[in-house]
Design a protein around this ligand. Sequence first.
Ligand SMILES: *Cc1c(COP(=O)(O)O)cnc(C)c1O
Length: 350
Amino acid sequence: MTALKIVDLRSDTVTQPTAAMRVAMAAAPLGDDVFGTDPSVNALQQKIADMLGFEAALFVPTGTQSNLCAILSHCGRGDEYIVGQQAHAYRWEGGGAAVFGSVQPQPLDHANDGTLPIAAIEAAIKPDDAHFARTKLLALENTLGGKLLPFAYVQAATDLAKAKGLQRHLDGARLFNAAVAQSATTGNDARTEASRIAGCFDSASVCFSKGLGAPIGSALCGSREFIARAHRIRKMAGGGMRQSGLLAAAATHALDHHIDRLADDHAMAKRLAAGLADIDGLNVESPQTNIVFIDLTGAAKARSAELLASLNAQGILATGLYRLRFVTHLDVDAAGVDRAVSAVRGFFNA
Ligand SMILES: *Cc1c(COP(=O)(O)O)cnc(C)c1O
């Protein structure tokens, strides 16, 4: 019996480094990044800063640490940041900004398209009054749950923040997915779109370890002065790494070879959604990038655990409860998507 290949749709973080990426890692010149002398880290930091139009960048082990360094560099004790209820930098990071920085989040509800309504942002900005925390920062996430924020919205929200004297941070863990999706509508290439989006912000965080396919690592970008502050916080957070050029080389390889191919992941997500669209009991949200959300409805609602277990037994991994989540990436091909589709169909037809 041949072992069935696992189709792992839990997240785009599960990608394994490609053979070519491993070669790049093995060949990377290394130093000690705490001394600032790792050439591969320095090259990556310069590359991503240039690519996104910032003066400087900082290589960090995780996106969570990147957002933490950003928020604590923009805000001090008793300041607050405006952020989405579903944003990673609010909901999914253990309350780090509050715990480590005494920075208060001001979460806002998202509209259906993932945006934070401009009027709600404006209303949340506190006047200078001893009753209130000082509103210092607007943090947006793009993509948000796989949704591309409309570029005109990103411009309007960040313009408002700037006019009100706020700093602006982009959690662009999946910025390049956003850029690839946006480039399909503007005709510009993805790098141009990435820098147009990032250009609306004072700082931006990107993950190399998601769709870009590197094993570990994120970068925080901003002005030289901002990155100097973030560098100190990274050290406090335990993120000063040594021969981290090994990881930076993987990230550089990803930037060189894995940006445009994100379009393949988006196509695979559409293929998956199309394959599942007409099944009774499923409400499939049409994907804009590489994440497909599926709501179980009616009688099917109670069967999510059963469905996931059935998929699991057939070597197909996904996550969720009422909302199932399927994420496409470098290691998922059309055959894998088709297997997932027929396994879900089989479950409901049985
Ligand atoms: C994954 C993710 C992060 C955090 O990245 P980790 O490397 O898992 O800490 C931050 N923001 C968003 C939007 C993410 O999707």
